[in-house]
Each structure stands twice: as C-alpha cells, then as structure tokens.
Design a protein around this ligand. Structure first.
Ligand code: SF4
Length: 397
C-alpha cells in the first residue's frame, strides 16, 4: 500500500505511461477505449510481471478477457505484484482453478430469467442486462460467465420481448440496468432505452449500475449528464473498491453526475489484498462521501469460479463493519451483504450487538464494548390512566 492510499487528498495519475499522448486524446473516452491495455505485450512493455500473472494472462482469453483503460492502468504500481489495483484487474494463474464451492452463475440469475437478459428474482424489481461489455474487466466479476464475450456463455438480450414483459408485469416498479456496463452505450442509445422504460407507467424508478465513472471518467460528459437528467428519478450505483481509485478525474466525474441531481451509491466487493482491512475501508468510505457518494453495499465476494485467491472469510467482513460502526459517520458505513449462493438474494450480515434478549428487555453492547439494557415498553396501568384523567378534568373546570 502506498502512503498516499490513506490520505484524503485526491490525486491525478495522468498522463503516467502515456506522457507522449496529446491532451485532447487523453480526455476523449473513445481514445481511452481504443487504447486499452489488452495483451501480454502491452503489459510487458509497462510492468514487471510475475510468472503467476504471465500464466494468468495467457489463460484469461478463454474465460474473461483482459482490458484496462489507460486511465485505470496508471493507478497500478509497476513493481508491486501485490498492488491492490493490480490484483483486481490483471489475471493470475489462480483464476484457472475452480474451488469445489465455486459456480459459473453464483447468484442463480440464469434460472430467474423469464426473457433472455431480464432477471426477475425479487417481486417488484428486475435486473436488465443490457450489454456484456465493460470499459475494463474485473477478475472477480460475478457475471464473468457472459461478460467480455470470450467465455462459453453469451448474453443475448431480447430487447422487444423484455420491454413487452415489463409492460405486462405491472408489479415491476424498479428496473436496474446493468451488464456489463450500460454507460458504454452512446448517449442516443441510452436515451432511447430510458425513454422506453419511462413510457411504462408502473415503472417508478430506474437505476444504472456502472463502473465507468471509475474506469473511464472521461465518459461522464456534460452531454451525458444532461441526457440522464431528463429521466429522473434515476439513481446510479458505482463500483469502487480502493481509495486509490478515487482520483481527481473520478471525483469530478462523480460531481457532474451529482450536479445532474442523480443520487449516487457505491457498491464494493470485499477482496483479499485489496480492501480487507478497516484502515483501507475507512479511507475509501471517507473519500466516497467527499465525492458525494453514499457507501451502499459491501459485498462478500460471490462464489464465482476462480475467485478463491481473492475471497476472504465472512468473519473478516463482519470485523471490518465492526471497525467502522461507531468509529465513523453513520452515512459512511455500507451494509455488508452476502448474495445467497444459487439465487437467495442479498442477505444482510451485521456484527452481533445483542448480547441477550430475555423476556422484557434486550442487553446490548456498543462499539466500545460497554453493556446497556433496553427494556420493552411498560403498559400504562389503569390507576395511572385514571389519575391522568382526573388531572385533565381538574384543568377543564
Ligand atoms: S465492471 Fe462490473 S460487470 Fe464489468 S467486469 Fe467489473 S464487475 Fe463485471
């Protein structure tokens, strides 16, 4: 970990390895996408790879592609194989091994798809998988079975049947657009999708899940924000795992979204060697608040194939929440959740603050370990009620 990782100051890492590039190119999101680091030769030209990474890159092409935007690549420490950015984005040989508990579809999404691309697992809301492409690819991606297009499965979203399903299912009031990353679409295409959703009267609320503000802040243009603003109420959940990801460019991109009136939440995944300590999590959530983003969920890493080197125990997550609760602003504390393997949905996990729950009272401990008793309400007695009536009567004469 670099000393600056725990520093609340925002830093720009540009242009880094691309110092020869014209400034207007650097700020162009299309240039960033065209110049992603996506081959072993690209990596070798810039990093000192370990043998484990080299083998991981060679194996990645049949599972989840490797691609890293120049913006995000600049956050990597070139000499430290344990760099928390590097662990998230550069394949390792460990990815090739599937632990017995791991699954291709750990959240059971495929079995809850009434129409290809539309996951209807909760009663009043749906997950709409609109693309299989992202600006960069996270090695722990829950949807790596379809994301990036190189695995065995392919996402084939059926647009018209999906819209028809939403029109017919009046119980659906909330649609989450995800993928892949919906903000990779052009403004015009996104506008058309949002307009179509907004034309369905019972859909009250639309959310977009995106890591683009972190991987590709150049994509958050004033034009994009102006278009999104037409479709309120619209929320965006971003995905940040480590405080180094919150650069000046990312802070400014998030500020543009917030200025467009879009409430922003952050979803993090708890990852070994990336953010599995109270100090890193605290630095992350504090910086998120400074970016006007509310830390929303901290996910226990799903049981995705080839993820055991990145997963922690559940107890480690609980102890991180314990290290935050009471020790910092309540707004800064995400809800720690496990997505029930096989399709159980999000299950909140909390430290146990209830020491005892006897009849009539609970015994609690606070963040300092001090014990408190909270009694259930005592019902008012008939005699106390009568006395109050008498007192009220005496005031009315
Ligand atoms: S941005 Fe999201 S969908 Fe894309 S690879 Fe990362 S976790 Fe998966």
């Amino acid at each position: 970990m670099r000393p600056t990782d725990l520093d609340p100051a925002f830093i720009s890492h540009a242009p880094g390895y691309w110092s020869e590039e014209a400034t207007e190119n650097w700020h162009d999101h299309r240039w960033q996408l065209r110049n992603r680091v996506d081959s072993l030769a690209d990596l070798d030209a810039r990093l000192n790879l370990t043998d484990e990474e080299r083998a991981g890159v060679l194996l990645a092409g049949t599972k989840l592609a490797m691609a890293i935007t120049p913006h995000f690549f600049n956050l990597i420490d070139r000499d430290d194989p344990n760099c928390p950015i590097r662990r998230q984005i550069i394949p390792r040989i460990d990815e090739g091994w599937t632990a017995p508990e791991e699954m291709a579809d750990p959240c059971g999404e495929d079995s809850h798809m009434p129409v290809p691309g539309l996951v209807h697992r909760y009663p009043d809301r749906v997950l709409f998988l609109v693309t299989d492409r992202c600006a960069s690819y996270c090695r722990y991606c829950t949807r790596s079975r379809v994301v990036s297009g190189v695995g065995e499965q392919h996402l084939e979203t059926q647009w018209e049947p999906a819209f028809k399903y939403l029109e017919q299912h009046t119980e659906v009031r909330d649609v989450l657009l995800s993928g892949g990353d919906p903000l990779l679409f052009s403004d015009d295409r996104l506008d058309k999708i949002l307009t179509r959703l907004r034309s369905i009267p019972h859909i009250q609320f639309v959310r977009i899940g995106s890591r683009i503000p972190i991987f590709l802040p150049q994509r958050i243009t004033p034009e994009l924000c102006a278009m999104l603003k037409k479709h309120h109420p619209l929320f965006i959940s971003v995905h940040t795992n480590h405080p180094r990801e919150l650069t000046t460019e990312v802070r400014d991109a998030l500020g543009r979204l917030a200025d467009a009136g879009i409430p922003l939440g952050n979803q993090s995944v708890l990852l070994r060697g990336v953010n599995d300590s109270v100090e890193v999590q605290k630095a992350l959530v504090h910086k998120l608040l400074m970016c006007r983003v509310r830390p929303y969920y901290l996910y226990q890493c799903d049981l995705i194939t080839g993820s055991s080197h990145l997963r922690t125990s559940v107890a480690e997550g609980v102890s991180i929440i314990e290290g935050l609760r009471g020790h910092t602003t309540g707004y800064a504390i995400p809800q720690f959740v496990i997505d029930g393997p096989g399709g159980g949905g999000k299950i909140p996990i909390n430290p146990n603050y209830v020491v005892d729950a006897a009849a009539g009272k609970v015994t609690l401990r606070n963040f300092e370990g001090n014990i408190f008793e909270y009694p259930d309400p005592t019902p008012i007695s008939a005699s106390a009620l009568e006395e109050l009536h008498q007192r009220a009567l005496s005031r009315s004469v």
